[in-house]
Design a protein around this ligand. Structure first.
Ligand code: SF4
Ligand code: SF4
Length: 71
């Protein structure tokens, strides 16, 4: 299966959790230990090694926060 890497422009994240709900691997979650400049807990990835690079998260994000690279 294809492997992927996700990175985030966390300062633009509005914590809507669309990406969290659509990730087939359930590896995205809001980072409750951080607050971004918009005042939200920003998106983070829990188990990067499970990312397939499907890019569903990036497609769903209304704020272009997520960049997916396929390895
Ligand atoms: S690229 Fe796919 S598997 Fe990886 S975090 Fe995004 S939705 Fe999940
Ligand atoms: S879809 Fe975008 S704005 Fe919404 S939680 Fe995910 S990264 Fe943040």
């Amino acid at each position: 299966m294809a492997k992927g890497r996700v990175s985030f422009n966390t300062e633009h994240c509005k914590a809507c959790e669309l990406c969290v709900n659509f990730c087939p691997k359930n590896i995205l979650m809001l980072d409750k230990t951080r607050i971004n400049v918009l005042g939200y807990h920003p998106i983070s990835v829990t188990e990067m090694e499970k990312c397939t690079g499907c890019a569903l998260c990036a497609v769903m994000c209304p704020d272009m926060v997520i960049v997916v690279e396929r390895a």
